[in-house]
Design a protein around this ligand. Structure first.
Ligand code: PEP
Ligand code: MG
Length: 609
């Protein structure tokens, strides 16, 4: 092993992957930069020249169009732009940057543009400046050409790739179809960000917090990603690859063994049923797990259905999707969360105002209530689909009783309208609320009277309780779901829900850790809803634990006053489960051998959950 080729980071989504790297831009409007291998410099220069030709062709088209519609004078600017593009000095400068700095064409063109703009900024007078900025415009078009072909060039290669980016955002996690992504590695990104949520839900091994990653990568460089332990190896040697592939094999065997038991009911050794449901983001997620291994879908994040499109999905489109989901679940719960956009979940076709504090701003139910027409389309689609299975509706970011009442009014109105129009709607569709805002936890006694169930969204609740942004790596240390204050809030919810006779669930990421899931069971929760790749492990853990033991764990965890001590309590539980597994009749797991046969291969990392 070559130590300097191993970069340590934070494990975000478990699993092991190996493949060529593809660097993507981390956010819309940002330009990716990567190092180009010596033997790829010619190819990179060709990419630049092709993009210049395409930009020139586009300018020619625009010239033709404008001169036909408005006249030659108005079209003159495009001739000027073409002239700029043909300037041999500028072309040579871009080519030299690729060659001398060994960087990609996009980055070289960006440098050129910045150089041109820097000259402009020194000039006096608006007119001079705007004229001078025309020098840069045609090169922006070249940049557009390079960026828009980024994906096409890659898809042609056929092999699964490891996506690398500066930041883990939902755009990065959905840059390619899931089947094409082997792993994701980034320089920054919170473990509980939506990018991380997606990686986990897609079952894509992911590591973040890798210092100076991009400057150490070359496009196409082979890397191995360890999403269990949180590290990345650059250019692994043949022996490393063999070792890594052996681990992949052991991991696969362990997953297979867990799957054998996953169809059994999720019931503790002393007979307490505990629901283990799936969090999903799209219809494609149904291909990644067996619905027989779940008690249903505990969270359908419908905003991702919206985010994948370039316009709002119609009622009919949504109806078909929801109906298909309900049919696939065959009578199991399908918990549809109404549109939860805002903050880092943006729709490309719906411009949101820029906010200085978007996590505390216009998001979730707040948008739905201000734009009820948007919610009505979704509700119509969901209610029409309701006769095809067991639908529940879940409201995100609820803060007050008034909001719940307002939503009930819209629900009743939509239902009445549908019935009048001759549609069938299932009576008594349960309505629940997400508990993500501290005030709704504290006011739960009254809120719960007006809903049928509650689901704690710990990803957001933790950030609001601890005043630590879930997306900000600088405060990632403070964002600790095992903080005693968080556990107090969780226990309070379970107690109030039990007293009200309403089921309570946790659908935030922390519930994907089997030891935490057992602690929640001990606190009195009815179920958890987790990324599909954690389902089998949690069901297995539930079947090997008694309710009394889970209650004892919850009690001990609550008695601790430091996160670190809570972690020790959970580590003790993991240890016991591990020993029990070795005594058990789960010989398949033992037989799979190696350290991955441990109950919860990633338990070390999860201690950092
Ligand atoms: C949560 O906040 O815990 C949650 C499940 O919602 P999301 O992660 O989509 O914000
Ligand atoms: Mg949330």
């Amino acid at each position: 092993m070559v130590p300097q080729r191993i970069i340590k980071g934070t494990a975000v989504a478990p699993g092991l992957a190996i493949g060529p790297v593809h660097v993507v831009r981390a956010a819309l409007n940002s330009v990716p930069t990567w190092t180009v291998a010596e033997d790829q410099l010619g190819r990179e220069r060709m990419r630049l020249l092709e993009a210049i030709d395409q930009a020139d062709e586009e300018l020619r088209r625009r010239h033709r169009l404008v001169s036909q519609q408005s006249g030659d004078k108005e079209a003159e600017i495009f001739s000027f732009h073409r002239h700029m593009l043909a300037d041999p000095g500028l072309r040579q400068r871009a080519e030299a940057t690729i060659r001398d700095e060994r960087i990609n064409a996009e980055a070289a063109v960006e440098q050129l543009i910045m150089g041109l703009m820097a000259k402009v900024s020194g000039l006096e007078g608006d007119n001079v400046r705007s004229y001078a900025s025309d020098f840069a415009d045609p090169w922006r078009l070249v940049l557009d050409m390079l960026m828009s072909h980024e994906r096409e060039g890659l898809v042609g290669t056929g092999e699964k790739v490891v996506l690398a980016a500066a930041e883990l955002t939902p755009q990065v996690a959905t840059f390619l179809e899931r089947e094409r992504i082997a792993g994701i590695i980034t320089e920054t990104g919170g473990r509980f960000s939506h990018g991380a949520v997606l990686a986990r839900s897609f079952g894509i091994p992911c590591v973040v917090g890798l210092p100076n990653l991009l400057s150490r990568l070359e496009q196409g460089m082979r890397v191995s990603v360890d999403g269990d332990r949180g590290s990345v190896q650059l250019k692994p040697e043949a022996a490393d690859v063999d070792q890594f592939l052996a681990r992949v094999e052991r991991r696969r065997a362990r997953e297979k063994a867990l799957a054998v038991h996953a169809g059994l009911p999720s019931v503790t050794t002393d007979g307490q049923a505990f629901g283990v449901l799936a969090n999903i983001e799209s219809m494609r997620d149904f291909d990644t797990f067996d619905v027989a291994h779940t008690d249903g879908v505990g969270l359908l994040r419908t905003e991702f259905l919206y985010m994948e499109r370039n316009q709002f999905p119609s009622e009919e489109e949504q109806y078909r999707m929801y109906r298909r989901a309900l049919e696939q679940l065959g009578g199991r719960w399908m918990t549809l969360r109404t549109l939860d956009i805002g903050n880092d979940k943006q729709l490309p076709y719906f411009k949101m105002p820029k906010e200085s504090n978007p996590a505390l701003g216009w998001r979730g139910l707040r948008i739905s209530l201000q734009w009820p027409d948007l919610m009505r389309v979704q509700l119509r689609a969901a209610m029409r689909a309701s006769t095809h299975g067991n639908l529940r509706l879940l409201l995100p970011m609820v803060t007050s009783l008034e909001e719940i009442r307002e939503v009930h009014r819209v629900f009743d109105d939509v239902r009445r309208q549908l019935l009048e129009q001759g549609y069938e709607v299932k009576p008594d569709i349960p309505v629940g609320i997400m508990l993500e805002v501290p005030s709704s936890v504290l006011a739960l006694e009254s809120l719960i009277q007006e809903v049928d169930f509650v689901s704690v969204g710990t990803n957001d609740l933790v950030q609001y309780l601890l005043a630590a942004d879930r997306d900000n790596p600088r405060v990632a240390r403070l964002y600790d779901p095992l903080h005693p204050g968080v556990l107090a809030a969780l226990e309070h919810v379970a107690r109030v829900a039990r007293a009200a006779g309403k089921p309570a669930s946790v659908c935030g990421e922390m519930a994907g850790d089997y030891a935490i899931a057992l602690m929640l069971l001990g606190m009195g929760y009815h179920s958890v809803s987790v990324a599909p790749n954690f389902l089998n492990e949690i069901r297995y853990a539930v079947r090997r634990t008694s309710c009394a033991e889970a209650q004892e764990i919850a009690k001990q965890a609550r008695q601790q006053s430091r996160c670190e001590d809570v972690r020790k309590v959970l580590a003790g539980l993991r240890e016991r489960l591990h020993e029990r597994q070795l005594d058990s009749n789960l010989n398949t797991l033992q037989a799979s051998g190696g350290s991955e046969s441990d109950f919860g291969a990633s338990s070390k990392n999860r201690e950092n959950a």
